[in-house]
Design a protein around this ligand. Structure first.
Ligand SMILES: C[S@@+](CC[C@H](N)C(=O)[O-])C[C@H]1O[C@@H](n2cnc3c(N)ncnc32)[C@H](O)[C@@H]1O
Length: 431
């Protein structure tokens, strides 16, 4: 396919997403099925255009003075992919599968590319109602952070130290040019490309099937390290989901001690068994929700991890469509679920043990506010300074996360070059 045809295809896919409320992945797959002539390079380029259009939806709409799928895609090509109005006109003339020719108004909007009078949330490509939370959390850097959430993310992998060294995996994947990162010692990164460039098929490599690495954002790897799981400890991963943190902790514990992987939704736990086997983990067991599933663990755990259900604002780079779908009602629902998870998880911590609270969100309602409410209602718990834990682990020269009072830390694309994560530790006072 030529570029004109790819642009037309992106408009069609985005129209499906917008008008029929289809998830982007599904709409892209369906388009591929009904256009068999398109190769994998075409499909991936079309996906890149659609995701870029969603990442910077409000700034493109402002400049184009329209919010239609066509305007968003044309804006993406002009403002992100380096195709000015003249180039686009030549591209469209060259391919009869292209969209209709640019109108006078579109040419004028592309040429002007004006952000005049645009409010902060438009410039930063975040929903208007989220803007106060960004300003509260990131103050003078709110725009920088919002824009960082509108960039393409890299692909990060965590080398599984139970199976091999980072050097070994680096060599195995050398054709993809993996890079080391600053904060996670087992992480290799494949930076995001530009335009139509494709991400390497990391999961297709035999080393992946052998369990030598997992796909895991650097931020998730960093919070797994901050949990500080020790060999021999008893740990309850209370919201284990697909097991990303369980696997990372098991490797740090060198298979010594025991991790109990639990989730209120048994179906979310389903993939974990295969992943544990592939990774060579021998110190983790799953517990599925039924009456008394965790009774034997009450008051016995050295650490209980609540990697809580959340709005996922920290993953907006990877799932840009969720940025525009999020509502205040959904936020309120997640906050309730988080409160419930914390209230349920607390009873498993032994006196002197730790309750770790993590979200992949950067909204204060889900993070600092949640934790201060918990402390107020549970005087037998106190906050340990996560800022000090960070300094002990990384010193003063590494990238620093956000921290309003040193008690918790918030990782972000702008500060730590990761997805957004909130992390804090509560100690149950010894009896
Ligand atoms: C952010 S995901 C977990 C991700 C996982 N820890 C990882 O690293 O891949 C949150 C999980 O919490 C679970 N959950 C929600 N409320 C819960 C509760 N009250 N008790 C236990 N699990 C809960 C959800 O089913 C979901 O799988």
């Amino acid at each position: 396919m030529k570029l004109g045809g790819r642009i037309q295809a992106a408009i069609e896919v985005l129209t499906e997403v917008e008008e029929r409320k289809r998830p982007v992945g599904e709409a892209l797959k369906d388009w591929g099925r009904s256009h068999r002539f398109a190769g994998s390079g075409d499909r991936s380029a079309i996906g890149n255009i659609v995701y870029d259009a969603l990442r910077r939806r409000s700034s493109h709409a402002w400049k184009m003075e329209a919010e239609t799928p066509r305007a968003l895609v044309l804006g993406t090509m002009a403002f992100d992919w380096g195709e000015n109005a003249d180039k686009l006109m030549a591209t469209f003339a060259d391919d009869n599968h292209s969209p209709d020719a640019l109108s006078e108004a579109e040419i004028a909007a592309i040429n002007a590319a004006s952000m005049k009078d645009a409010p902060f949330w438009v410039k930063g490509d975040i929903p208007e109602w989220v803007a106060p939370a960004f300003l509260e959390s990131f103050e003078d850097d709110a725009l920088l952070e919002a824009k960082a959430f509108a960039q393409r993310p890299p692909v990060d992998i965590r080398v599984n130290s139970l199976k091999g060294s980072i050097e070994k995996v680096e060599k195995e994947l050398s054709r993809f040019n993996p890079q080391r990162v600053k904060l996670a010692q087992d992480c290799l990164r494949f930076p995001a490309g530009r335009g139509a460039s494709r991400q390497p098929n990391i999961q297709g490599d035999p080393a992946f099937r052998k369990g030598l690495y997992e796909i895991q954002d650097q931020g998730s790897q960093v919070v797994s390290r901050l949990i500080f799981p020790q060999k021999g400890e008893q740990i309850l991963d209370f919201c284990a989901g697909g097991g990303g943190k369980t696997l990372a902790m098991a490797a740090q514990m060198e298979n010594k001690g025991q991790i109990y992987a639990y989730d209120a939704d048994a179906s979310r736990l389903a993939p974990i068994v295969d992943r544990l086997t592939r990774a060579g983990v021998r110190n983790a067991q799953t517990r599925t929700p039924n009456d008394g599933a965790l009774n034997d663990l009450i008051g016995r755990m050295d650490r209980v991890i609540v990697d809580a259900p959340c709005t996922g604002t920290g993953t907006w780079r990877r799932r840009p469509e969720t940025k525009w779908k999020l509502t205040e009602d959904q936020l309120a629902k997640r906050v309730e679920e988080q409160q419930l998870a914390l209230a349920q998880a607390r009873e498993f911590v032994r006196p002197g043990g730790y309750l770790v609270y993590i979200t992949c969100s950067v909204l204060p309602e889900e993070n600092e506010e949640q934790i201060y409410r918990f402390i107020e209602n549970n005087p037998d718990y106190e906050l340990v300074s996560a800022g000090e834990v960070w300094q002990d682990m990384y010193g003063f020269d590494s990238p620093k996360p956000w921290s309003s009072d040193m008690m918790s830390v918030t990782l972000t694309p702008g500060s730590t070059d990761t997805d957004g994560f909130f992390f804090c530790v509560l100690e149950r006072r010894p009896e």
